[in-house]
Design a protein. Structure first.
Lengths: 110, 116
């Protein structure tokens, strides 16, 4: 079973920030939070990961709560090309296997 | 970033035949590669871990004699679906970490298999 819970779908207007939540209340101290996304009929794409500090890269920001039981992926200015299924995954760093849950289908509309 | 390719991108085959899918890491060496299967509107399910120079490790419920995996080199892993049936029709995706203990995995674009 996946160790994360995400809403099945979300909508966002183009140009607005998309905030995707993820609950991981049973996360262990040595587990990181990873985010991947999958555009329709393509392979997943790595977005970002973090342990306890907030992280930012050219694609997104990751906000992790202090108790690490939840996190939010932020796409600051969503575009139509950001429409995809977003997967939140917890994993021990260095352990390669990824377990995908159902993810959140983000639909960005004009 | 690192690139993983798959070939073919789409394949249609008849029931009972075998199909080979290739996964290549184009700009890095991968001692380990992973094979996933994804049915329509479902999430990715790990099928097996492909190890260069040794036997693949299969997940529970995945038939090793039906899904043959060969990790021929540090840049190539192949998945052969033997005696394909219509229920094997799926989206097959491979991935590889760009180094042992790497933080991320790079995924191939996937192969759409349709068995008629």
């Amino acid at each position: 079973d996946a160790k994360t819970t995400q809403p099945p779908s979300m909508d966002c207007a183009e140009g607005r920030a998309a905030n995707l939540p993820c609950n991981h209340s049973t996360i262990s101290g040595n587990e990181y939070v990873y985010w991947y996304r999958q555009i329709h009929s393509q392979g997943p794409q790595y977005i970002i990961h973090g342990l306890k500090n907030n992280e930012t890269n050219e694609m997104a920001s990751l906000i992790i709560t202090e108790d690490r039981k939840s996190s939010t992926l932020i796409l600051p200015h969503a575009t139509l090309r950001d429409t995809a299924v977003y997967y939140c995954i917890v994993r021990v760093v260095g352990y390669s296997t990824l377990t995908f849950g159902k993810g959140t289908m983000l639909l960005v509309s004009p | 970033g690192a690139v993983v390719s798959q070939h073919p991108s789409r394949v249609i085959c008849k029931s009972g035949t075998s199909v080979k899918i290739e996964c290549r890491s184009l700009d890095f060496q991968a001692t380990t590669m992973f094979w996933y299967r994804q049915f329509p509107k479902k999430s990715l399910m790990l099928m097996a871990t492909s190890n260069e120079g040794s036997k693949a490790t299969y997940e529970q419920g995945v038939e090793k004699d039906k899904f043959l995996i060969n990790h021929a080199s540090l840049t190539l892993s192949t998945l052969t679906v033997t005696s394909a049936h219509p229920e094997d029709s799926s989206f097959y995706i491979c991935s590889a970490p760009p180094g042992q203990g790497a933080n991320e995995q790079y995924f191939g674009p996937g192969t759409r298999l349709t068995v008629t």
